[in-house]
Every structure is written in structure tokens, then in C-alpha cells.
Design a protein around this ligand. Structure first.
Ligand code: NAD
Ligand code: GLY
Length: 360
């Protein structure tokens, strides 16, 4: 098992990564928390796959956990679903020492995190991420949220988990498209901060796609370490944390304008990253090798590079509704070289339109 600390003063916690950790969640949890009650929250399909393993490890510590099952999919990240969980927690007489365990991907993690942040003004929660995306991104850093009909992740809080336990073995059952979507975020970390991670991905793509455990451990640990360092510097995203959004500005627009049904998140991010690199080159920030190298790696990972056929003006309009757009100024992350990015605080829409009219 490998361990990484995220240093946020009294909100610090460990990210534990390895094989066979699901059955040890109870023991690992007992080292940081003394719960009055434990509630495991997951999807029915994940409970079937992994629930008993987690419960038996909790039992070994003398705990019986209650289980709340939430339907799968983005449509569960709502205030209504959160309210159903609040009802159950109240029925179970959960108090402020009760601990929620989020077993699942980013949907479960964001929803449970939001419930933990708000139930009785905040109770502890533990992330047990089971998708690549949640292991490298959403379980770390404390962004919790539910969606609003007017926008994704619009209602939420910065609220850190007390522990993250990422069991690599869970990735073996993940649908391949979900795995590739997580890889898009790993590529992102290479671009924003770590040229050697990017090269590692280029050299080991096949092994990674075959879910080689050593490769997985390396890319997940490296990604979490990068995210941890970014979050330590700017937990509440006053500015620097925005670099984690490389590729997401356009990616979010592609997702929203295709009704969140055509792409999984990472696919839209992949297309967004390739376009962001092309834009960086058009602005003279990087040389033309960068978008070429990035789009080669994205394709090799089985991710799309071509943007969907959407009205460029509609894309721009969508950018103005992004959470990161403030005072009508579109923020954009540009790449200078692999491993180095900069934040453009007021990206002219004309420049973005230009890249949207270019074949990448
Ligand atoms: P997800 O949670 O919907 O999981 C994808 C699918 O895979 C689901 O159907 C799930 O049931 C299934 N699944 C999960 N683990 C599995 C496993 N081990 N084996 C088999 N099936 C499994 O999707 P996701 O990509 O993990 O998360 C997306 C969400 O994360 C979005 O809501 C997004 O907004 C959020 N997000 C949050 C942050 C953050 O910082 N908080 C960052 C990125 C994304
Ligand atoms: N996923 C982006 C962030 O956590 O800031």
C-alpha cells in the first residue's frame, strides 16, 4: 500500500492506494476516526460487486454499517437525492460523529461529500473511489456538489474527506470507456505539471490500457500527488487551482451542448485539451509539436480529438455561463510546454472562435 498526505493543516488527510484495500477500509478508518455509526453509500451494482467486502472489513472492527443505495448516473447528483439521504440519516439517528463512506465514482463521491458537508453542519466522510476518474481527481481535493437544473455542480461546498482509500482492483470491473475517461484526467496532469508523467503515458499506453497494476499504481499516485500539491496551494480555487481545469473550459461546453449524453466527461475533456493546445499554439504560447503530441496521445488512449459539430457561437455562449467565468471574462488554461501551463484571465472570444474554426 502506498500513502500520500495532503497537507491542509487541520483538514489534512491521507490518500491510500493499493490492491486489496476494500476489505481493509474498516481498519484504515479506525486509524483516523472513532465513529458512533457508519453509513455506506453506494450504487446497487457496486454494492453487489464490492459491498460485502467493505462491510466485512468494518465488521472486523466491531462495526455494523447501514447501507444507502443510490441509483447510478449523473441524475442522482441532485438536491432531491441528497434530501432522501438526509431523511435516512435522520431516521438512523446519525449524529455528528457518524461517518459516511462513499463507495463509487465521482457521482457518489460528490453527492456523499455534499451530504457530509451539510448534514448537521458537517460530519466526517471517507472516499472509497472505484473509477479511475475518481481515484485521480474527484475523491481528492474536497470539491463536493450536486447539480441544479440550470447547471452542473452549481450547489456545493469545499469539504475535505478524512481519508481516501483507492483500491486498484476495482478498476478491473470498470467499463473500458469509463477507464479511458479517467485517463484523460491523467493526461491533463502530465500537461499541466509533469512532463515525465506525459512521457510515461506515451511509452506505456498499451500496458496501461491492459490495466497493468504497476502502471496503474504509478499513474494514480503521480496524479494524486500533483493534485494534492495544487490543492495545498489554493484549496478554494482563488486562482492557481484553475490549472486543474485545463481542457475543461471547452470540454464542459461540449458536454452541456450535447445534453450530457454523447460524451462521458473525460471524452469531452480530451477534445477540450486538444483544442486548448491548438489555441495555445495559435497564440504563440507553444510550438506546434505540442498539440500534435497531445492529440497523438489522446487518440492512442482511445479518446476522441474532434470536436462535435456545434455552432461556435453557442459554444462561446456556453463558456460565458461557466462557473469560472467572472465579470464576463473567460478564464482559459494555456499550455506553454508539456508540464507548464498558464492561466489566461480574460481570453478574447475571437481567439476561441478562431480555434473552433480550425481543423485540429
Ligand atoms: P460515475 O461515478 O458516474 O461512474 C461511472 C459509472 O461507472 C457508473 O455507472 C458507476 O456505477 C460505474 N462504476 C463505478 N465504479 C465501478 C467499478 N469499479 N466497476 C464497475 N462499474 C463501476 O462517473 P465518474 O466518472 O467516476 O464521475 C463523474 C462525476 O465526477 C461527475 O459528476 C463530475 O462532475 C464529478 N467530478 C468531480 C470532481 C471533483 O473534484 N469533485 C472532479 C471531476 C469530476
Ligand atoms: N477537478 C478540478 C478540481 O478539483 O479543482
Amino acid at each position: 500500500m502506498q500513502s500520500l498526505n495532503i497537507d491542509l493543516g487541520e483538514r489534512s488527510y491521507n490518500i491510500l492506494l493499493g490492491s486489496g484495500l476494500l476489505g481493509k477500509v474498516g481498519k484504515l478508518l479506525s486509524q483516523v476516526l472513532q465513529p458512533s455509526r457508519i453509513v455506506l453509500i453506494t450504487h446497487p451494482s457496486l454494492f453487489k460487486l464490492y459491498g460485502e467486502k467493505v462491510l466485512s472489513g468494518l465488521k472486523d472492527q466491531g462495526w455494523t454499517a447501514d447501507v444507502i443505495e443510490v441509483p447510478e448516473g449523473e441524475t442522482s447528483k441532485t438536491l432531491q437525492q441528497a434530501e432522501k439521504i438526509f431523511d435516512r440519516l435522520l431516521d438512523l439517528q446519525c449524529d455528528r460523529k457518524s461517518v459516511l463512506v462513499a463507495l463509487g465514482g465521482g457521482v457518489i463521491g460528490d453527492l456523499v461529500g455534499f451530504v457530509a458537508a451539510t448534514y448537521q453542519r458537517g460530519i466526517p466522510f471517507v472516499q472509497v473511489p472505484t473509477t479511475l476518474l475518481s481515484q485521480v481527481d474527484s475523491s481528492v481535493g474536497g470539491k463536493t456538489a450536486v447539480n441544479h437544473p440550470k447547471g452542473k455542480n452549481m450547489i456545493g461546498a469545499f469539504y475535505q474527506p478524512r481519508l481516501v482509500v483507492a483500491d486498484l482492483d476495482t478498476l478491473q470491473t470498470l467499463p473500458p470507456n469509463e477507464f479511458r475517461a479517467g485517463l484523460a484526467e491523467v493526461i491533463k496532469y502530465g500537461v499541466i505539471s509533469d512532463a515525465s508523467l506525459f512521457e510515461y503515458l506515451e511509452k506505456n499506453t498499451e500496458k496501461i490500457l491492459q490495466l497493468d497494476n504497476e502502471c496503474l499504481a504509478h499513474i494514480i499516485k503521480t496524479s494524486c500527488a500533483i493534485k494534492a500539491r495544487v490543492v495545498e496551494k489554493d484549496e478554494r480555487e482563488s486562482h492557481y487551482r484553475m490549472i486543474l481545469n485545463f481542457g475543461h473550459t471547452l470540454g464542459h461546453a461540449f458536454e452541456a451542448l450535447t445534453g450530457y449524453s454523447r460524451f462521458v466527461h473525460g471524452e469531452a475533456v480530451a477534445i477540450g485539451m486538444v483544442h486548448a493546445a491548438k489555441l495555445s499554439q495559435q497564440l504563440g504560447k507553444c510550438n506546434e509539436d505540442i498539440p500534435i503530441r497531445l492529440s497523438k496521445l489522446v487518440s492512442k488512449c482511445g479518446l476522441p480529438v474532434d470536436r462535435p459539430d456545434l455552432d461556435p457561437e453557442a459554444i462561446i455562449d456556453s463558456l460565458y455561463h461557466d462557473k469560472k467565468t467572472m465579470n464576463n471574462k473567460i478564464k482559459f488554461i494555456l499550455v506553454k510546454e508539456i508540464g507548464v501551463v498558464e492561466i489566461a484571465d480574460d481570453m478574447p472570444k475571437e481567439d476561441i472562435l478562431k480555434v473552433l474554426h480550425t481543423q485540429v
